[in-house]
Design a binder for this molecule. Structure first.
Ligand code: GLY
Length: 393
């Protein structure tokens, strides 16, 4: 009798734990829930947009803020629509994606482009080509790759990021974000353009990283000699701090460069960055906007950095030969996706003017886009969910 009591005492908690485990939402169900939400949110967002504008964020009253197509993020909303079409197969979303992508038709001729042409075209035209196979989208991508490569200097060994000089501070500024734009060259450039991308990535390995594995945001080069003039931040907390999104761009950028080049140094760098960042995440996986903020744990999170890192970690898990790292990448990425899909981060239907994610940080110290929705947080969140699904098929 005494034994059966003990058995019951032992079994009840086990049944309870088992019950909780079963009630955890599967990643398939979570993914379906997010894409179903996106397929109702984005038509709301598209409907509010003036003809020639792209969504940027929300203002302090919750109203939609839009931007011209020259804004560095103009490719993300079309990209979001393409990703939702990819998941749902919904032709109405495809039509919206086509319509929003065509807004960028005059990007090269009408706007003063910079390195962000990679983001702008890859996410919009790049996804359009990938998902339709229709060659009407390719001319722009090839032309964009040439425009981006023309910013390369053989003396510095890098592509110049911005046209401006920071009010006289810089001569040839290169930001870590630039790693992302190399994808345009790797996918749509000829061999000489691919070599430019690889040279940029190799030079960045040399000059952009600190001994602790984190990256500087901006490195300024002397255009005459190629020497490094300055290492600074623009959007981070300080020159020596680890700005979360910059480090996210580095992780994603080197992972992508390895995937597309198979050059071993690219994989080593991606693995180094992952090993550097993995211990820095809070339990729910979403980084604070700067890893070195003295206000942690009371500072702001950056959902965009969480989404970019999740997407990069899932891809890296398919490329690394280090099984321990692979497991960690997938575990952290799953946690990040679960947190982003929770009510703390994810919009309720009809909320946020049609954006998906709350709590991103654009440029905190400038007071710009602080704790708001941003199109690229949504983009990498959706991409990460698609990647997670394909890895776990
Ligand atoms: N420069 C792009 C970003 O804010 O991450």
């Amino acid at each position: 009798m005494k034994h059966s009591y003990l058995l019951i005492l032992f079994l009840v908690p086990l049944l309870f734990i088992g019950g909780c485990k079963d009630s955890k939402e599967s990643m398939d169900a979570l993914t379906d829930r997010v894409f179903t939400l996106a397929s109702t949110q984005y038509p709301i967002l598209a409907k509010s947009l003036p003809q020639d504008k792209t969504p940027r964020t929300l203002n302090e009253n919750g109203g939609l803020v839009t931007a011209d197509i020259g804004w560095w993020c103009s490719g993300f909303f079309p990209g979001n629509l393409w990703l939702v079409y990819e998941y749902t197969g919904d032709e109405a979303l495809k039509d919206l994606a086509i319509q929003q992508t065509h807004k960028l038709d005059s990007l090269i001729v009408k706007t003063k482009t910079d390195h962000d042409i990679g983001f702008q075209l890859n996410c919009s035209f790049g996804n359009a080509l990938r998902l339709t196979g229709d060659n009407q989208w390719s001319a722009m991508l090839h032309e964009g790759a040439k425009v981006l490569a023309a910013r390369f200097s053989p003396t510095t060994g890098v592509i110049r990021s911005w046209n401006h000089n920071g009010g006289g501070k810089w001569e040839f500024p290169v930001i870590i974000d630039n790693m992302m734009n190399l994808e345009l060259l790797m996918r749509f450039g000829d061999d000489s353009l691919k070599q430019i991308a690889l040279t940029h990535a190799r030079t960045t390995i040399k000059n952009h990283f600190r001994p602790d594995g984190t990256s500087y945001h901006l490195v300024d080069y002397d255009p005459e000699t190629g020497a490094v003039r300055l290492k600074q931040t623009v959007q981070g907390l300080s020159d020596d701090s680890a700005w979360a999104r910059g480090n996210a761009w580095g992780l994603y950028g080197y992972t992508m460069m390895y995937e597309l080049s198979k050059e071993a140094d690219m994989l080593s760098k991606a693995e180094d960055i992952a090993r550097t960042l993995l211990p820095k995440f809070p339990e729910d996986g979403i980084p604070f906007w700067d890893f070195d903020s003295p206000d942690i744990p009371n500072d702001l999170r950056d959902a965009s950095a969480g989404a970019i890192i999740a997407s990069a970690l899932i891809k890296l898990s398919t490329l690394t030969a280090d099984s321990g790292l692979k497991g960690q990448c997938l575990k952290v990425a799953e946690q990040q996706l679960r947190t982003l899909a929770s009510p703390e981060y994810l919009a309720a239907p009809g909320e946020l003017c049609g954006f998906l994610l709350k709590h991103s940080v654009g440029h905190k110290l400038a007071g710009s886009e602080v704790d708001v929705p941003l199109t690229y947080a949504d983009y990498y969140f959706l991409e990460a969910l698609l990647r997670f699904r394909s890895v776990n098929k």
